[in-house]
Write a new protein. Structure first.
Length: 265
C-alpha cells in the first residue's frame, strides 16, 4: 500500500472505517486487530457510531489499546446522539466540547489525533470550527479536518486554522463537484477522505468489466479507482468481516492502465 501525509503523520492510504463494526461486536475485535496486522494505521470513527450497548470507539479501545505508535484515529463531531434528544447537531461550544470529551472517554486517550467538524446545510462553519481550534489549543485535539463541506467551507476553515483532511461523500459514479475540492486539497497537501465509495454504489457495466479483467469484485474496483484518482485520497472502507476486510485491503494492490481508467471517466 502507498502512503500520504495526514498532517504530520504518514498513513497508509487504505484505512478502515468503524461505523459498521457495531453490527457484529463479537467479531469487531478480530476485524480491528487483523486490520492493524495488515498494515492499516488510519481508523475513522465517531462517538455516535453504535448504540447504548456498544460503541465503535469503545470496541477500538478494547481491541487495540495501548495503541500502536503509528496509529492515527480520526473522529468527528457535529452530529451527536443521546437518550433524551436522539440524534442532533451540535450548535454551541458546550455541545461540541461534550462531544469531544465523549470521544476522548470512549477511546481512552487524553488527546484526539484528528477531529473532523461534520456540518449539515450550507451555512457558515466558522464559529463552530473556531471552537474546535480553542479545544485544540487546550490540548484536547492534535489536528483538525472538515466533513460534508463545499469548497468555500474548506476555504473558510483554512482562513481560521490549518486542516489536515476533508471527508466528503464521493464515488466513481457519484462525484458532484468533488473533483475541484480534491485538486484544491492535493495542491495544499491536505488529505481527501471519501465515504460511501462502495456502500452507496450503483450497477456499472464499466466497473463490472474491469472487475472481470482483473479477477476482482466490483467493490474492489471502486476502492482501487478512488486510490488511482488522486494521490491525496485516503480510503476508509468498513466491514464487520475479516474476509471482507482482507478483500478491501487487497484492492489497494490493483493497478489500472490509463486506458482502463478512462472507461470509468
Amino acid at each position: 500500500m502507498s502512503t500520504w501525509k495526514l498532517g504530520d503523520v504518514s498513513v497508509e492510504r487504505m484505512g478502515f472505517g468503524a461505523m459498521r463494526i457495531t453490527a457484529h461486536p463479537d467479531r469487531a475485535i478480530a476485524v480491528l486487530r487483523r486490520a492493524v496486522e495488515l498494515g492499516v494505521n488510519h481508523l475513522d470513527t465517531a462517538a455516535f457510531y453504535g448504540s447504548g450497548k456498544r460503541f465503535a470507539s469503545e470496541l477500538i479501545r478494547e481491541a487495540l489499546a495501548p495503541y500502536p505508535a503509528d496509529l492515527v484515529i480520526a473522529t468527528k463531531v457535529g452530529p451527536g446522539s443521546d437518550p433524551e434528544r436522539g440524534f442532533y447537531n451540535a450548535t454551541t461550544a458546550a455541545e461540541l466540547r461534550e462531544q469531544v470529551e465523549t470521544n476522548l472517554r470512549q477511546l481512552g486517550v487524553d488527546c484526539l489525533d484528528v477531529v473532523n467538524l461534520r456540518i449539515t446545510g450550507e451555512g457558515s462553519l466558522g464559529e463552530r470550527f473556531g471552537w474546535l481550534v480553542e479545544f485544540r489549543d487546550e490540548g484536547l485535539i492534535k489536528q483538525l479536518g472538515v466533513s460534508n463541506v463545499r469548497l468555500d467551507h474548506v476555504e473558510e476553515a483554512l482562513a481560521i486554522a490549518p486542516i489536515v483532511c476533508v471527508q466528503n461523500s464521493y464515488a466513481v459514479d457519484r462525484r458532484g463537484d468533488e473533483d475541484a475540492i480534491i485538486r484544491f486539497c492535493a495542491e495544499r497537501d491536505i488529505a481527501y477522505v471519501p465515504f460511501g465509495a462502495i456502500t452507496d454504489a450503483h450497477d456499472s457495466a464499466a466497473v463490472d468489466a474491469l472487475a472481470a479483467a482483473h479477477n476482482a469484485t466490483p467493490q474492489q474496483v471502486r476502492l482501487a479507482w478512488t486510490l488511482h484518482h488522486s494521490p491525496n485520497i485516503l480510503a476508509i472502507p468498513g466491514t464487520g468481516s475479516v474476509a471482507h476486510l482482507e478483500e478491501n485491503i487487497a484492492a489497494g494492490s490493483l493497478h489500472f492502465s490509463p486506458e482502463e481508467l478512462a472507461t470509468l471517466d
